[in-house]
Structure formats: C-alpha cells, structure tokens
Design a binder for this molecule. Structure first.
Ligand SMILES: C[C@](O)(CO)[C@H](O)COP(=O)(O)OP(=O)(O)OC[C@H]1O[C@@H](n2ccc(N)nc2=O)[C@H](O)[C@@H]1O
Ligand SMILES: Nc1ncnc2c1ncn2[C@@H]1O[C@H](COP(=O)(O)OP(=O)(O)OP(=O)(O)O)[C@@H](O)[C@H]1O
Length: 294
C-alpha cells in the first residue's frame, strides 16, 4: 500500500425498529425506521490506478455485481471521469445480515472516489446516486442517525441513546428481495410521527415487521432471539432483528455488560459487541482528512 492510499471505514447500521407502512406501484415498500450506525464495519483502501480494480479477502465478492464497482461505474458515467482506482475491501460485516454491509461499502466507495478523483460532487448528488444503488445507501452517504421514511431515503436526523450493542449472527443468510416479496409480510402498519418513534425506542410497541416472518422461516434467527430473551441479561431494551435479518441485537448501558452476555452464549452462536453511534465513522474519518488538508 502506498503512502498516498486513502483508507476509509464502511460501518454497519442497525434498524432500531422497522415498520412497513405501504407499497408503491413499482413494488418498492414504504418504510418507517430509525437508522443508527455501529463503530464496527468493513474497511476500504483507495489508490490511484489506470484501471478500475477490486481486491477482497473474500474472493467470491470480487465480481462485476459488487456494489463498490457499481458505485465506481456510476460515478464515472455521471461525471465523465476516466480515471481508475485500485480498491481493497476488508470484509468484516456478515453478508445478508441486515446490517447494511454492501450498502455501506457502496457509500464509502462514492465518498472515497469523490475524493480520490477530485470530483467535488456535493452530498445531495452523492445521496441521489447512492439511491440508484440501493435504498440503504443514502443514509450511509449522509452519515447521521436518522428517522427514515419513503423507501428509506427521506431522512430526519435524530440522536437516539448511543448504547453498546450485542449483535448475534445467526448461521443463515436472509435474502432481502425474497422477504419483501413474501405474501405473508404485513405491509399496513399505521404510520407514526418522529417523536413517537424516538419515545418508543427499545420499548415493546415498536417492532420489526420482518421479524415474525423471518423467525418462522429461519429457525437460526428464532434461536438467537430466544437465547437473548432467556439469557437473564441486564439489557436496556428488547432483542430485535435488524433490517430484513438475519442479525439480531440487544442494547446495553456498558461494553462490559454486552461482552459478559456474549461470553455466556458464545459456544452456541457467533456475535460481536459494538457501540451505536449517531455520526458515521466514515464521516469522522473524512472530517479528519479535511482538517489535515486545511
Ligand atoms: C430492509 C432494509 O435493509 C431496511 O433498512 C432496506 O429496506 C433494504 O435496503 P437495500 O438492501 O439497500 O435494498 P435494495 O438493494 O434497494 O433492494 C433490494 C430489493 O428489496 C426490495 N425493496 C427494497 C427496499 C424497499 N424499501 N422496498 C422494497 O421492496 C425490492 O424488491 C428490491 O429489489
Ligand atoms: N460490497 C459488498 N459486500 C457484501 N455483499 C455485496 C457487496 N456487493 C454486492 N453484494 C451482494 O449483496 C448481497 C447482500 O449483501 P449485504 O451484506 O449488503 O446484505 P444485508 O446486510 O442484508 O444488506 P441490507 O441490510 O442492506 O439488506 C450479498 O450476498 C452479495 O451477493
């Protein structure tokens, strides 16, 4: 890696609740959710290069459908830029985990290449390009915890408590498209206001509308939710699934409490502990870079 390489994080997200409130004519679903970031995720390194090249410690992710390459090509098409880049992805986030790994990688690619290629695109433009890649990409581009509506792109900044989360990774991948298409998915939850969303976080009334379906279809998810419910833990709220699954999470007041709970169930399931943060680690890294340049 050369000294001029740009290294940026691609953090995970959690959906602190997720309601499906309708369905558009094009099949996309209208949601209400609160996104918060985790201080844990993938890492991307960008270096100037003649061609566009992706390297990754998970070889099967190096293909033309990778959202990082799609983000790069979208930027080239939008700006006419003919520069290339060598991009290295260190994959840490579970795939098909509902913690937004691919979407976060795409957002970091948009932000990173905007810097590497000197494109000077503003945040609105990057978020609009991001939405073409996936409904979860805009929140990662903007980088603030948010109450999201629409398909997930209409964002109101919020500042939920920054708890420590124990995140369990059930031994299965859940396909987002299949879950959205499932005929037993409920799509008629009554819309709520942002203040009701914030007041209800970590209580019982705000839930994840995918959860009943996914836990029935995937016994591994059900097992993780039961493990957390029965662990006698000192959590600050109920266990819940993120996104369309499969990961489930539970909030704690301290890292020690979260780690102690993980230690008690570690032989049965994989997981990690990370802090919930209202500003994306990607944004902190970019701000640091900019303060070094100025
Ligand atoms: C479940 C969430 O993770 C919650 O944050 C997101 O809504 C999913 O966002 P994502 O993974 O970026 O999803 P996309 O890649 O845009 O879409 C994958 C597929 O899910 C369905 N989809 C997605 C988002 C949405 N609001 N309604 C949908 O019906 C569409 O069939 C789409 O073809
Ligand atoms: N950079 C990437 N990292 C991971 N998966 C990617 C990437 N680009 C494309 N994919 C594809 O997307 C699929 C889903 O990956 P991802 O990890 O984003 O799921 P997810 O966590 O369920 O996302 P979300 O929470 O946005 O629904 C993978 O199985 C893979 O085929």
């Amino acid at each position: 890696m050369s000294s001029s390489a740009l290294v940026l994080p691609a953090p995970a997200k959690l959906n602190l609740f997720l309601h499906i409130v309708g369905r558009r004519e094009d099949g996309y679903h209208q949601l209400q959710t609160v996104f918060q970031f985790l201080d844990f995720g993938d890492e991307l390194t960008f270096e100037a290069h003649d061609e566009l090249q992706l390297m990754c410690d998970v070889p099967e992710l190096v293909n033309n459908d990778n959202l990082i390459l799609k983000a790069a090509r979208l930027l080239q098409a939008h700006t006419g830029c003919v520069k290339g880049a060598r991009i290295n992805l260190v994959k840490r986030l579970p795939m098909g985990g509902g913690v937004g790994g691919g979407s976060s990688d795409a957002a970091t690619a948009l932000r990173g290449l905007n810097i590497l290629w000197g494109l000077q695109l503003d945040e609105d433009t990057l978020a609009e390009l991001g939405l073409q890649l996936g409904a979860d990409v805009p929140v990662f581009v903007r980088g603030y915890a948010a109450f999201a509506e629409g398909v997930g792109e209409r964002l109101t900044p919020v500042t939920p408590e920054e708890y420590w989360y124990l995140v369990l990774k059930p031994d299965c991948h859940v396909n987002t498209t299949e879950m959205f298409r499932h005929q037993e998915l409920t799509r008629d939850t009554r819309p709520i206001k942002v203040c009701a969303a914030l007041n209800g976080l970590h209580g019982n009334e705000l839930t994840n509308d995918f959860q009943p379906l996914v836990r029935r279809l995937y016994p591994e998810v059900d097992k993780c939710l039961m493990l957390l419910d029965n662990s006698g833990n000192s959590s600050m709220g109920q266990a819940m699934m993120s996104g369309s699954g499969a990961c489930v999470f539970v909030p704690f007041a301290s890292r020690e409490q979260a780690e102690a709970t993980l230690a008690g169930i570690y032989s049965e399931v994989n997981g990690f502990v990370a802090r919930g943060v209202n500003t994306s680690p990607l944004h902190n890294s970019i701000s640091q870079l900019q303060s070094c340049v100025n």
